[in-house]
Design a protein around this ligand. Structure first.
Ligand SMILES: [Zn+2]
Length: 241
C-alpha cells in the first residue's frame, strides 16, 4: 500500500504548478510597507469567511498563541479595540439559559453528589443571604407569633430539656425509640391567649411558656389521645377564653 501511495504522490502534479499564486520576491518587495486603501479595507471587513477558513485561522492562532502571556501593550490594544466597538463580555450571571443548555446541565448533574466539603462551602456562601427581610418571599414580618415562637431557639431548648428529663420516653405508655413530641400540659395557645402575647419578645419574657414542668414527652399515639391534640373543638374553645 505504501509504495503505491508514494508512487501516486510522485505522479501528482502540484496544484500550483504553472499558476500565478501569491507574490514573487520582486512583487513582495513592492508590496512591503504598503498600506491598504480604505476601499480595500471595507471590502475585507465585509467579507464573510467560510467555516473552513475560520477554523483554519483559529487553529493557527491557537498554535501561535497558546500558553503565551500577552504583553501589556497587546492587552491594552485589545481593551481599546473592545471599548471602541462597544463590545461587552457576556456575563454568566443573569444570562438566560436555553432549554438545551438546561437539559445538558441536568444530564451533567444527575447522579452527582456534592462532597461534604462542597456542601459546607455552599452553605456558608448562602448564610444570611435570605434572612428575614432579604428573603424573596418576605411579606413584611407577618409570620404569626405562634410560628415565630415554635421556631425560636428558646423553644428548641425547652423541647430538648423536656426530652432529656423524660429520657426520651413517652410519659403515658413508656415507649421509646419512636417519634416523640413534647406536649404542653397547659396548651400553648391558652398561655399565648392568657398573657395576650403578640410578639416574640413578649413570649420570651413569659416564664410560664418556658416552664419545663408544663411539658411532657409523648409518643405520637398518646399525643393524639390528648384532649388538646390538633385543632379539636374543645381545645379551640379553651384557647379562645
Ligand atoms: Zn405513648
Amino acid at each position: 500500500m505504501e509504495s503505491i501511495n508514494k508512487q501516486t504522490l510522485k505522479d501528482k502534479i502540484p496544484w500550483n504548478k504553472g499558476k500565478k499564486t501569491g507574490y514573487n520576491s520582486k512583487q513582495a518587495e513592492k508590496v512591503k510597507g504598503r498600506k491598504h486603501t480604505e476601499e480595500e479595507l471595507k471590502k475585507m471587513r465585509g467579507r464573510k469567511l467560510s467555516k473552513e477558513v475560520l477554523e483554519k485561522i483559529t487553529t493557527i492562532n491557537r498554535k501561535l498563541f497558546a500558553g503565551k502571556p500577552l504583553s501589556e501593550e497587546h492587552k491594552k490594544k485589545i481593551s481599546e479595540a473592545h471599548k471602541k466597538s462597544g463590545h461587552k463580555w457576556p456575563s454568566p450571571l443573569g444570562k438566560k439559559k436555553s432549554d438545551i443548555a438546561k437539559e445538558k446541565m441536568k444530564i451533567f448533574h444527575t447522579g452527582k453528589r456534592a462532597t461534604t466539603e462542597t456542601k459546607r462551602k455552599m452553605s456558608w456562601s448562602h448564610l444570611g443571604k435570605h434572612d428575614g427581610e432579604k428573603h424573596p418571599n418576605w411579606k413584611g414580618g407577618i409570620t404569626p407569633v405562634n410560628q415565630q415562637i415554635r421556631h425560636s431557639l428558646e423553644y428548641h431548648f425547652w423541647r430538648s430539656d423536656c426530652f432529656g428529663r423524660d429520657k426520651f420516653t413517652c410519659q403515658e405508655c413508656k415507649i421509646r425509640n419512636v417519634r416523640l413530641v413534647v406536649d404542653h400540659i397547659k396548651p400553648f395557645a391558652v398561655i399565648i391567649a392568657e398573657y395576650k402575647i403578640t410578639s416574640l419578645e413578649e413570649a420570651l419574657n413569659c416564664e410560664e411558656l418556658w416552664d419545663i414542668n408544663n411539658g411532657r414527652t409523648l409518643c405520637d399515639d398518646c399525643h393524639k389521645q390528648t384532649s388538646t391534640y390538633g385543632n379539636r373543638k374543645e381545645y379551640r374553645i379553651l384557647a379562645k377564653k
